[in-house]
Design a binder for this molecule. Structure first.
Ligand code: SAM
Length: 232
């Protein structure tokens, strides 16, 4: 029986890695990475020297023969009884990150007695943001990244009409535009932007969409970095 570990890694602060994650990365036969250079930073910090390989990104599967060869290699290793770990650049793999397709293919190809897929939980921006937002968390919908065009308006209408909390990831280039859309569709909702979580300039700003937009517009430096947005 092989083990395929899905390992969460830090979203900023390098201290946010579990003992179990380190132990797993130390002991597997190969680490599958979104970007081997990013993963090397963590491995170096914790003195782990281990073979790494990049894994096929979800949207390229079946379109690129080099990537298909990587699938074949991963399946071969698992058939031989090797243990593998999957990591993304930051946070929990497969959550708005590549890897979901790989996990799905492994579950299609092997039964649970042949390959056990094991989560090694840890940081994820969506949960970190919710946990310290002060907004209702008993029922929430995670939207990943919002669509840029098709379906975007429908989504804002859904947010406007619903009671539950919504969470999504947003890029610094689009944060102002998204706040403008929230002003248009749900001006009275409460918005919390969680910026640069676990890093030096970590910040939570809560208010109406108009208040948060005004805050960011007055402080352009705060428009930079990584954002998770919560609307309730
Ligand atoms: N798989 C990751 C996770 O579990 O958190 C998410 C990966 S997704 C490609 C990256 C997006 O997550 C960023 O664009 C940002 O919206 C959000 N994010 C990641 N790190 C963050 C941080 N430190 N603070 C706030 N949001 C963050």
């Amino acid at each position: 029986m092989s083990k395929f570990y899905v390992v969460a890694t830090p979203i900023g602060n390098m201290g946010d890695i579990t003992l179990r994650a380190l132990e797993t990365l130390k002991n597997v036969d190969l680490i599958l990475c979104e970007d081997t250079r990013e993963t090397k930073k963590i491995l170096d910090k914790y003195g782990i020297s281990k073979e790494t390989m990049s894994y096929p990104s979800d949207d390229i599967v079946g379109k690129d023969s080099r990537q298909s060869n990587k699938f074949a290699k991963i399946f071969e290793l698992l058939s031989e009884g090797k243990n593998l770990a999957l990591v993304s650049d930051a946070g929990t793999p497969t959550i708005s990150d590549p890897g979901a397709m790989l996990v799905s293919k492994i579950k299609e190809k092997f039964n649970a007695e042949e390959v056990q897929v094991v989560p090694i939980p840890g940081p994820s921006a969506v949960i970190a943001a919710l946990s310290a937002s002060g907004l209702p968390t008993h029922e929430f919908t995670f939207l990943g990244f919002l669509p840029h065009k098709k379906g975007r308006e429908t989504l804002f209408k859904e947010i406007a009409g619903a009671e539950r909390t919504f969470v999504f990831y947003e890029s610094p280039h689009r944060i102002l535009k998204t706040l403008e859309s929230l002003i248009k569709f749900c001006p009275d909702k409460k918005v919390c932007i969680a910026r640069e979580l676990t890093k030096i300039y970590e910040e939570f700003k809560t208010g109406t969409p108009a208040e948060v937009l005004e805050y960011l517009t007055k402080n352009p430096v705060k428009q930079k970095g990584e954002f998770t947005v919560i609307v309730s």
